[in-house]
Structure formats: structure tokens, C-alpha cells
Design a protein around this ligand. Sequence first.
Ligand SMILES: Cc1ncc(COP(=O)(O)O)c(C=O)c1O
Length: 433
Amino acid sequence: MNILAEELNRTLSDSVAYGFLSPVGRRMYFPKGIVAQSDEAKEKARRYNATVGLATSHGEPFYLEDIYSAFREGEFKPSQIFSYAPGGGDRTLRALWRDSMIAKNPSLKGKRMSLPLVTGGLTHAISMAAMLFVSDGDEVVCPDLFWDNYDLIFSDLIGARAVAFPFYGEDGGFNVSGMKEALLSVKGDRARIILNFPNNPTGYTPSKDEMRRIVEALVSVADSGKKLLVLSDDAYFGLFFEDDTEKESLFAYLADAHDGIFAIKGDAATKEEMVWGFRVGFLTYASKGFTDAHLDALTKKTLGAIRCTVSNCDRPGQSLIVKAMQGGDHYRVDKERLFEEMRKRYLIVRSAVERHSGDKVLTPYSFNSGYFMAFSTNGHDAEELRTYLLDKYQIGAINIMGRTLRLAYCSVEPEGLDEVVDTVYRAAGELWN
Ligand SMILES: Cc1ncc(COP(=O)(O)O)c(C=O)c1O
């Protein structure tokens, strides 16, 4: 059990609530992970706050003009704002999301998949998939660099056991053979894996060739008789900054790859539509062998899971997204602007990191996409570097599991990025050289 959960249990042990805690209740705690570190940085990171996975400019979030301008009287009927959204989400939004998913992933064209179900953000989508398809004691394969909330969802909420493999292979790309080995090591005739590209915290998406090899490896595991559930977490989908980076979701290739592969796509308007606070995510299912009846049954089970957790999801957010996606004058232009801005920041960070290539105190992981880049601290304590940066230089960064320092360049102005990267190297040198 996590030490923080044990502390909370000790505190509660002489209270009436303690005896009522369920096994999940006993395992629950609030991690000192990304959220807690970001809160600390809000106070102390007076120069640069590179902690938060939210794209900002001059201290305010990026936004779609078509959504922001809709916040005025008479723009919506009361029913579009105040009524319950249908279970599973606004039908128009679900169809728009499916169509945009196909437009962004041409390989999905003509493939059978469920109509995306609306969830309360992507975290909720992943939790619903975990609740429906992972049991206490199951093993869940995941690369060793991952979004910290997976721990809470799969291990602490569900009681599953993580099977980790090194994210990067020896060539610095995605570790396809490590992934395959980890899947084959899972006991029994079923294995579950969650993959997140562009990745949080590394900012890495496989190249086109690596993606082809990932699909081949998964198919060969399925050929060996092990049934696979592959959950693609596409939180940062679309932010691909290099030519040879894969631009489609793994889900698009797995949707009809093998009867023994169950593909699940979790994605969200959160980052794709720049509406972090709206809480609108999606869950979509596909497999080569699925019939319409199978997809309908899975949809109904998921509706049940949503019904018993949040009942239904945010109505105003869904109406606003439909409006922007359907006919917003600025929709495409605003999205392209955000993409170009993130690409600009990425290129600055890439050059800044390249300038330090002779500096061995930190090792940057390969990155090419998304909101983040991260350094291996080469065995040194990343928490020491994080607090030193915060206290001495008022720069906020995130310590990931004590051995990785993550920079969210999405939330630092382009003019500050060189200084942030230089200071991270200087601080690491001051501590460890
Ligand atoms: C990898 C990853 N998956 C999922 C999420 C959750 O997204 P949402 O805010 O829609 O719940 C995040 C958010 O930071 C993330 O980084």
C-alpha cells in the first residue's frame, strides 16, 4: 500500500469513518505527483512555471475564439446549457467527433467502431475502461515513463499490478521488443496494455516505422494465442512536430488488425479543442471480430458505468464544442495557430537542448511531439533538482518518480524557453558536478 494511504489510514484509525473504508477506500490517497507539485510552483515559480500541461500565452490559456465569443446572452437556448446532456453525450457531438477522428486518422475509414461515448474528461474515460475491463489482481503493461494518474486508476482504484518495461530502446526510440516481452510475460491467456502518444512526460511519439513495428508486435502476440486489450491514451493527439513521426493513432491500425485484439481509444476535447476546464472526453471501441451487436452491448455497458459514476456529463461544454466544430468561423485557424505556437516552442527547446549536448549531467529523452520534454537525472534525485530550481531560480518543473525532470514548454512563453533550459542544466551542474 502507498505510504501516503497508510498515513491517512493511521489518521483516521480512531474515527468512526475508519471501519467503513472499503479496500479501495483504504488504498486511496492524494499523490504528491504532478498536481501537488504544480500547486507548489504556483506560489514559488515566479520566473517560469513549466509544470502544467495546459497551453498558455501571457498567463492565460489558449482558446478557440468560436467558444470564447459564445459566452454572451442569447447565444444558446436554455436547453443547450441547463438541461441534462443525453446519457453517452450529445448525439451531434458524438457524430462530429467520430467524423473528425476519421479525418485525422485516414486508416480508420471504413472500419467498424463504436460511436464515441462522451465521458467527463479523459481521466474519466480511462477510469471507465479500467472499471469495465480490468480486475483486482490483473496485470497491466505500461512503459516505465507514464502519466502518474495511471497508478491511482489501475493500482489503487482497481487493484491491478503494473508490469513496466523501459520506454526507450537502445537506439533511443520506442522500445518495441521490450513491449512485446512484457506482454508475453503476463500470466494467463489475456494481457492488457496502455500506451500514450504523444507521451506524458517524455513528449515522444513513435516514428512511422516504429508504429508499424508496434502493430506487428501486437499482432504477433495475438497470433501466439494471447488476447490483447490495447488502450490508446491520445490526450495530446495531433501535436506532432517532425516529418517522420507517426500522425495516426495506434487505435486506427488496431481497429481491424486481429480478432484477438480489443482496441480502445481514449481521447478528449480537453487538449485537442483547448477546453481544459470543460471536462469532455470520449471512449471508442473496435476489434476486427466485432459485430454491430457487440459494439452496441459494449456501448450499453459503458453507459451503465457512466450512469453509476457521474450519471451524465457536462452539458454547456458539449454545446459549446458542437457550435465551434460545426460552423465556427475561426475554428480551423485558431487550431492551426495553437499548433504553430507549440511547434515554435518545441523547436526552441530542441535547439536549446542540442546546445547542451556535451553536458552529461542530464540526459534529455528523445522528444518530438505534445506539450513536454523530460530529462533523465542519471541516477540523481530529480526531487532535489526540482526543489533547487524552485527555491534558487523560481522555475517550476516536475519530478517524475525521482529520476526524471519534466518541462511543460506549453506553458512557458517562447522568449523564456532558452533561459529555462539553460538554467535547468546550470542547476543540475551546481548540484551534481
Ligand atoms: C497522458 C494523459 N492522459 C489523460 C489525461 C487526462 O485528461 P483530462 O484532463 O481530459 O482528464 C492527461 C492530462 O493531463 C494526460 O496527460
